[in-house]
Design a protein around this ligand. Structure first.
Ligand code: CTP
Ligand code: MG
Length: 172
């Protein structure tokens, strides 16, 4: 059943989405790279801040905690993946690592802060989140496929929204 699969997929990835979407709201000012350069270019750039990183982790873990405490009250026939703190933690850390790694790659490709990088912007954080939880939890293949297909669309929609409400500088 498709609607169950969609529900299970978003349930599994909710904390990663939460931590990926939150950093722009922090309006951070302290670059993680401290302004340092690598071969003449910024290591990460001003778009990756400590405030964003910490806010993303805290918000991701917060959403994951709501899931963990709430899951026993949801109908068992939904067959939602059972979330645990280590899973939520790794999904969140993987998301932020993927995002930061993506910026590192973008700067090496001579792209400015906020320049769009197809696939890297939309899927980098997702694949890193999968990779980080993998040692303790292997998501069902159909869930991973759904997420790889739908995340770029959702990412794009949420960035357009973020741009409209003046939280994001670019609509991507
Ligand atoms: N942000 C932040 N700290 C992070 C991640 C994001 O402060 N660790 C904020 C920044 O204000 C950033 C915005 O969220 O500009 C949007 O994030 P993202 O699109 O990931 O960054 P970009 O500005 O596109 O920068 P880059 O080109 O390095 O990806
Ligand atoms: Mg961006």
């Amino acid at each position: 059943m498709l609607e169950l699969l969609l529900l299970q997929s978003f349930w599994f990835i909710a904390s990663a989405y939460a931590s990926n979407g939150f950093p722009p709201l922090m309006r951070g000012r302290m670059p993680i790279d401290g302004g340092k350069k690598f071969r003449g270019r910024r290591l990460l750039g001003d778009g990756k801040t400590w405030e964003g990183l910490i806010g993303g982790i805290v918000f991701g873990v917060f959403i994951g905690s709501l899931q963990i405490f709430g899951q026993d009250y949801l109908p068992p026939e939904l067959l939602l993946p059972k979330m645990t703190f280590p899973m939520v933690f790794l999904l969140t850390l993987g998301t932020m690592a993927g995002d930061i790694g993506g910026s590192f790659v973008k700067r090496r490709m001579r792209m400015k802060r906020g320049d769009r990088a197809l696939f890297l912007d939309q899927l980098g954080f997702l694949l890193a989140a999968f990779l980080f939880v993998w040692p303790i939890y292997k998501p069902q293949l159909d869930i991973m496929i759904v997420l790889v297909l739908l995340t770029p669309i959702i990412h794009w929609l949420s960035n357009v929204l973020g741009y409209w409400i003046h939280v994001k500088r670019n609509p991507w």
